[in-house]
Design a protein around this ligand. Sequence first.
Ligand SMILES: [Zn+2]
Length: 433
Amino acid sequence: MSRRAYRAALLHVLDDPSRAPDAAAYHPDGLLVIEDGHVAAFGAYEDLAGDLDETTPVEDLRGHLITPGFVDAHVHFPQVDVMAAWGAQLLDWLHTHTFPAELAFADRTHADAVANFFLGQLLANGTTSALAFCTVHKASVEALFEAALARDMRLIAGKVLMDRHAPTGLTDTVEAGRADTEALIAAWRGKGRLGYAVTPRFAVTSTDAQLAMAGEVLAAHPDVLLHTHMSENAEEIAEVARLFPQARDYLDVDDRHGLLGPRSVFAHCVHASDDALGRMARAGASAAFCPSSNLLLGSGLFSLKRACACGVNTALGTDVGGGGSFSLLHMMGEAYKIGQLQGDSLDPLHAFYLATLAGARALHIDAHVGTLEPGKEADFVVIDLSATPLLARRTAKARTLAETLFVLSILADDRAIARTYLAGRLAHIRTVA
Ligand SMILES: [Zn+2]
């Protein structure tokens, strides 16, 4: 049995703070006890220290804040090299930057190298779980899963399904898409901490027949997620309306193919109507709000207030490479700015919930991660409140937890992530240049 304890400020939220005001558990001087990769205790140092036997090592990390690892609810691992692409909106951006980059993933050596770099970036930014797009190539999924399994990450990913409106070399067919998806589910789902998501890119690049196939595969595997894009950009929405004239709206295209359900995660939903958001909420589906991507690609302003009012579970995604950072702390700040443009000031604790438990709920992994309750897997982050001279100065002046979190969301990035732990094991330690 391995047992270790960490003394630091501790924070997790146990529910949506916008609906449950007492959802945060915060201990300015706390003790986190880890045993065999799981949380054994979480609480105030003075309450727990006396219970520790003297053989348990206690590391003093005062001056740091320990939180659950962040959950990225929407990200593309093959798009590392299209980050920070200038001057294009969604459809043009896909054809000019993204599709050429994704073509390279036919080469397994390239896919392995990018998968390892990508997971290194997640961990360096404190992200311990993600829902990730791969490419159309089966080998791209195998590369990512192998790399995640070696790190024992709780990661969910899937092969992209596209049978039209994409370059040769990036399209499959209904039957090839089904065969690859089924083979990947059989080989990887439940291995280590991995999970699978059926992943049609979006309605523009799949035929009715392929979307129907995706719905059949989803129905056949009750532990598998559905991961797709929806209502991101005006031009895209017009194209979907042209391609599917019989559908009442964008969401209906997915719904009529069996893709709207409690295990569905729809990235963006920027322009989804209240009616569509209400249908998502009733189905138990989740939205992945990707503020950095929505700003960089000029897609529009997601209304978190409206999504919450409609009852949709909403989580945060980086949407790398549309998004400009791997940092969920940065996404909390970007989400705040998008709210500001709509007269809605996002509460810092709510933002923190979006980046942790809401993401775990969207990915259906909240029984395992997303908080640091005893029994949960010990995926956690050690945040250095003095990582830079500016952070040290500003966090020292913060009078409340909410203020500290807000300062982190505006001023912090990967420099503030001192360490990242996966299942109690040190998976990343910041190196200072
Ligand atoms: Zn995306």
